[in-house]
Design a protein around this ligand. Sequence first.
Ligand code: MCN
Length: 783
Amino acid sequence: MSATETRFVGAPVKRKEDGPLLTGRGTYVDNLDLPGTVAMVVVRSPYAHARIGSIDVSAARAAEGVVAVYTAADLRDDWKAPMPCAWPVTEDMKNPPHYPLADSVVNYQGDGVAVVVADTRSHAIDAAELVEVDYEPLPAVVDVEQAARDGAPLVHEDLGTNVSYVWKLETDAFDAAVSSADVVVTRRYYQPPLIPNAMETRGVVARPEPGGDVTLWSATQIPHILRVLVAATLGMPETKLRVVAPDVGGGFGSKLDVYAEELLAVALARRLGSPVKWIEERSENAVATIHGRDFVTTLELAATKDGKITAIRANVHASMGAYLQLVTPGVPLLGAWIYAGPYAIPNYSVTFTGVFTNTTPTDAYRGAGRPEATYVLERTMDALARELGIDRLELRRRNFIAEFPAQIASGLTIDSGDYHASLDRLLEVLDLDAIQADQAARRERGDAKQIGVGFSTYNEMCGLAPSRILGAVRYAAGGWETATVRCLPTGTFQVVTGTSPHGQGHETAWSQIVADQLGCDPSEVEVLHGDTSISHAGLDTYGSRSLPVGGAALFRAGEKIVEKARDIVAHQLEVSADDLEYDAGTFTVKGSPDKSMTIKGAAWAAFAAHNLPDGMEPGLEATATYDPKNFSWPGGAHAAVVEVDTETGEARLVRYVAVDDVGTVVNPLIVDGQVHGGITQGIATALYEEAIYDEDGNLANGNLATYLLPSAAELPSYELERTESKATDHPFGAKGVGETGTIAAAPAVINAVLDALSHLGVTDIQMPATPERVWRAIEEARQ
Ligand code: MCN
């Protein structure tokens, strides 16, 4: 886009979608009240591991309002395939068949064993309590390293092991590089399981339609993928299923899945001939929706004594939970190529061991694989700096990748970036000298409240795409995206996108792109999404792919419109197409500024079709499908300043400064919002969130009174800055932003806590750095 064309791209246009949402006029799944709807409730196992002896549903069947009760045995013939896992990361990956209801053994607390359908939700809940299940408890395993050892209780006995797969990537000269290094720093990190808590829990309505069709409304991120996989699992032709993602109140990766309840609702709607509705309760969400993280990682950095890092090795045990969900085994791989982060490290080794445990299945949670990689790298960078006696920022600078495109040791190419510029800007804003003077003064005085500053310089690989690379790592689907732009005869515009926003503001951002390209106001653009009967193709929203891939497809469709319109205008004005100049929606004849015609005028001419070039089809619309050659590579530098009360162990965030490079920014308000939310999730990981299981696999904190989510009261106002290096593989240079904050924040915060306590000899604290953990670390260091 030229400078004159970008009136709206780059401008802080307020989000179009927010008015209805903020005034209670959104339509979420639970707002659907279709005539004749019956309510579905899932009966869930209280045990993490148990054999099912018998299930007695007679009392439930006889209860008031009950329409039907089903167990796995009743529904066996409804499934033509087990629940899908789209990422068999190795040829011999173990993936035990997983069906919507457990048959003979339950494998995590919350595993579904029966489903009750009643006239009202309260009747269904009451009846669900009458389902009698005879369980024989089995030994459970929750610790990922323990589960991988010989002799551990087996989650799936038939497999003979809890290890689902081992995946390895290593460069040739790796061992030689480690043995010739001056120093090798090795650290071990635990990243606990996390419970995604979208504002809207999951929910489903499935309505049978005439002719055996079904419409499925789901609070999902992936209506297109869901349609294909629900149809395949139920053995329905895809044409018989319409999937609608209405307003969706967040997902953060947890709604990038094919869930048992989606399959059950469709199957039961077909059986019962009535719309079936299921709405997840908040405490149910804690066990029935996927969890994130649960990684134990050993990271080694080998370096010369002047701080040149020569090799990196990561050995990761990643919990799969009890079953492989849609992309569970692939989550570690999403970080596999970026364990060296923004640093030029020539020798590289990562090994992932995917392990079953008796816990809720894990899957993609904001950042998926990349926060895990960045956390262990940035913590170890500080450890290496201490070991070498080199300033931690100087160590980073000595190793930054400085020339682009950069081929990295893991095999990918980073097209663009400027990591020095982001760090420079961070330091301009931060005033490190003042923070360090404050730190020195507090130490001198022996204050109870100590201050620390922590850094994280990062890059990430997002914009999930390129189909060829995804295919090469055995991911079943492609990574393209598609968009249609229609220029309507009345001078308005319609976009149909394959992306499926659930909080990211695509209606606004996509309108800005079209407005600039085709010369209109964003309010004149209607953006349609999230309904497979309207948007037939698409690969949906996750992996910060929507702007890098879907936005690029939209831009390409706009280019096609401009080219067709050029021929129409040339014909109408009786000039050659080469004689036309195009700017911001208007074609002007070169040298004759009074002779012009707009895209809107061309749209009318294309509709009326009275005077079109010979052979040209009426109408002005175009579809483009875009499959980039490379991932999107944002990066940046973040700093956290924390105050730690050394008497109580409480760590409180005082400042948070983030400098992100996401290439061209379409909407700075949306980008700031994305970074805000992302940082908050990263801080939450560092200080508050952890799903705690006891040794029998009981989730000890599955509600919001005990599972801590920070609110605005715990957090400072963030200071957000940007640098800009344009993506070379995107038509207007944009990179993804949806996960940057989450990826960068956690290590910055923990590094800050450790900096605050470094004079006391504290060198390690496990996430989340709760007051108890901080206090214990201080006490241990004192002894
Ligand atoms: N954007 C922009 N300029 C850029 C980059 C992005 O203006 N250079 C805008 C885009 O136009 C889009 C938004 O920022 O409106 C996010 O774009 P993108 O980075 O492409 O990410 P996606 O739209 O694909 O969203 C997915 C991403 C992920 S992976 C998670 S997890 C996440 C996130 O978005 N979950 C979210 N942000 C979320 N925000 C909300 N409110 N709810 C969630 O569940």
